[in-house]
Design a protein around this ligand. Structure first.
Ligand code: 6R9
Length: 659
């Protein structure tokens, strides 16, 4: 019997397995790769020994002698008797090693202003900010909320907190006062760091008013530290508000970092999940930094002396924490940080930045890649992208067609693509190809990284054989795992550790192909049950995106009297396709039918201009389900742009297409 959430679906499985394109690692890259196939063997032979060795990438004030303490599962301790300062590891030690003149951050503002910060300068800035926070009363163990645009001060603020042992809680700059207030309250933050505003789509966009409103609604915030970015007018509360440049400007650039326990809290990051109150995911210091540093080194093959790395994520997303701030800086990387949107002032902005800084490693999200596909191949073709050597993807399953587009149009058919699966909860990458080792397959994240144990299980928690599908689980603790949900241990246990006894349930559906490689199928909450068949939204979306007229698709299951659920697809068309073309909708339905089988044909297809997305570009299918089932919209606070839903709702009267 098939049940909802039982992701096994043979007809669609057969389809993914039809993906037969394979790409060997480039010979030159493989010959000089940071990590070879041996790493898998080594980690398999002695997993904890492997991680103990990776921990030596860091500089410890007290070297750990313990690796993992799993005596009280699921509450892990890694490297528990070690002590370190995370900010020292990300900044000072590179200066001490003689690399103070190396650029840490090439900042590119949206209006075109730019600023380079060397490691020596970063050390000075972080030291001043650390002193400033102390002056404002922040102490070890406190929480600081950070609500900033994509400017270097965001990284400096995070590192300053880490330096003095205060946990930061970064709130995405697009969130509302409500969302900020809820997060300040839950974490009991004492200080908020914000800015007057940031540049978005060609104009200054205010940030401080949302903080002012949030702070007026909750107790406990003593100071609001304000970075001046746009110089727009701001309301000012005397005694509470402090200009960042004024207070940091009069501090010393000398600051002695204190060593904290490896398990000292580093940050809380809220993740909304599909329902309920946001979960404050708690990460700690030594294990987190070990795994972010190792994965950044291994998966991107980072050579700190020569590479220019660029992760396009926002710091408000876990990707910005692990792969802008902590992993790259722990490794002494030179990176680009961009403030704005990809189409300001023109749709080639990303490629112009790659060309300007000679970016060698680019890490972005499928949603961005599909947008670039929509804008057209001619745009990246106008720029010199020949510096690129490794391309990364994160945030959602990448559709095989988007993967191929990325490889061809951005990677000149030569750069390996690393499709990295991980979560806010996992802290760092878990499943990904290694660029010098893996023969890649478009659309698959492939294999657990060395030292990581992942598999796919069925409803009864049995591991599925190669060729089978089910739920993705992580079977061994890992260094950068979440330690708990802030203030709610029970919810931590219930959410992640109860479904498949002792194993961490990620909430994602997945399949293993005949080689044992893993294909992610999206959140199990999104799996559709149509006439007794489980169909994953990811596969129907990939089938739609493989049609030349479709740039992006979001698929949901809407309640249906006859079939239980019916497939409803929202599609964004590519440049020249016409949304009013009746024939096109029929054509798309047939295309899905031909690719996946008739059962997967969407009942309705609605061309739309935009899709509702989160900060990390994930489609909010929950809202689309509300639309498809004519319900009032649920919580929209984590949506980046709320006008999108109004636009979509106006499309609804379109007649359902007939079967
Ligand atoms: C890093 C991040 C986590 C969820 C995760 C999964 C989806 C992320 C993916 C992917 C397929 C990938 N996801 N990377 N799905 N392939 N390479 O995105 O964290 O925002 O917490 O989201 O994102 O569904 O469970 P977070």
């Amino acid at each position: 019997m098939q049940r909802k959430g039982d992701v096994v679906s043979n007809e669609s499985l057969a389809n993914l397995l039809k993906e037969e394109r394979r790409f060997a690692p480039p010979v030159e890259l493989a010959a000089a790769a940071n990590v070879t196939a041996e790493a898998y063997e080594q980690a398999k032979a002695d997993r904890l020994g492997f991680w103990a060795e990776q921990a030596r990438r860091l500089t410890w004030a007290t070297e750990p002698t313990e690796t993992l303490d799993w005596s009280n599962p699921p509450f892990a301790k890694w490297f528990a008797d070690g002590k370190l300062n995370v900010a020292y590891n990300c900044v000072d030690r590179h200066v001490e090693a003689g690399n103070g003149e190396r650029v840490a951050i090439h900042f590119e503002g949206e209006p075109g202003d730019s600023r380079a910060l060397t490691y020596a300068e970063l050390k000075d800035e972080v030291s001043r900010a650390a002193h400033a926070l102390t002056e404002l009363g922040v102490e070890k163990g406190d929480r600081v909320a950070v609500y900033l645009p994509m400017i270097p001060e965001a990284v400096i603020a995070m590192l300053a907190c880490a330096r003095i042992g205060a946990a930061h809680s970064v709130v995405f700059g697009g969130f509302s006062a409500d969302a900020i207030a809820a997060r300040i309250k839950d974490a009991d933050a004492k200080v908020v760091i914000t800015a007057d505003g940031g540049y978005r789509r060609g104009k200054p966009s205010a940030l401080k008013p949302a903080v002012d409103e949030a702070v007026s609604r909750v107790e406990g915030v003593q100071k609001v530290l304000v970075v001046q970015r746009t110089k727009q007018d701001v309301a000012w509360t005397e005694g509470r508000d402090v200009w960042w440049h004024e207070i940091t400007g009069r501090q010393s650039t000398e600051h002695t970092p204190e060593a904290f326990d490896a398990e000292h809290p580093l940050f809380i990051l809220y993740t909304s999940g599909t329902t309920g109150k946001p979960k404050g995911i708690l990460h700690t210091s030594g294990g987190y930094l070990t795994q972010t540093a190792y994965t950044h080194h291994a998966v991107f093959d980072l050579k700190p002396e020569t590479d220019v790395y660029w992760c396009t994520a926002d710091v408000g997303w876990v990707t910005g924490h692990s792969y802008i701030t902590y992993g790259p800086l722990a490794n002494g990387a030179t990176q680009v940080m961009y403030e704005g949107t990809p189409d300001t002032p023109h749709q080639g902005r990303f490629w112009e930045i790659v060309q300007k800084y000679g970016v060698t490693i680019l890490y972005t999200a499928p949603t961005a890649i599909r947008t670039f596909m929509k804008w057209g191949d001619d745009i990246p073709a106008k720029f010199d992208l020949s510096s690129l050597r490794v391309l990364g993807s994160v945030g959602e399953p990448i559709n095989p067609e988007a993967w191929m587009w990325y490889r061809k149009n951005i990677g000149a058919d030569k750069c390996p693509i690393v499709d990295t699966w991980w979560q806010t909860e996992t802290g760092a990458m878990m499943i990904s190809p290694l660029p010098g080792v893996t023969e890649t397959k478009p659309g698959s994240a492939q294999r657990a990284l060395p030292g990581i144990a992942a598999t796919v299980v069925d409803d009864e928690a049995n591991e599925v054989p190669d060729g089978g599908g089910g739920y993705l689980v992580l079977t061994e603790p890992w260094p950068s795992m979440l330690r708990t949900i802030w203030g709610d241990d029970q919810r931590f246990i219930d959410t992640y550790w109860s479904r498949f006894q002792d194993r961490y349930f990620a909430g994602d559906g997945a399949k293993k192909d005949e080689d044992g490689d893993i294909w992610l199928l999206g959140r199990v909450d999104d799996v559709m049950l149509v006439s007794g068949h489980n169909i994953s939204t990811t596969e129907v979306e990939s089938a739609l995106v493989s049609h030349p007229s479709v740039a992006e698709a979001a698929v949901v299951g809407a309640a249906d009297e006859t079939t239980g659920q019916a497939i409803v697809a929202f599609v964004i068309l590519r440049g020249t396709a016409n949304a009013e073309d009746e024939g096109l909708v029929a054509d798309l339905r047939n295309h899905v039918g031909a690719t996946l089988g008739p059962i997967a044909k969407p009942k309705r297809i609605l061309p739309v201009a935009e899709l509702p997305k989160t900060r990390s570009g994930k489609i909010m299918r929950r809202l689309l389900r509300d639309v498809a089932e004519n319900r009032e919209l649920g919580d929209v606070t984590t949506l980046t742009d709320s006008s999108v839903m109004e636009l979509i709702q106006t499309r609804l009267p379109a007649a359902p297409s007939e079967d």
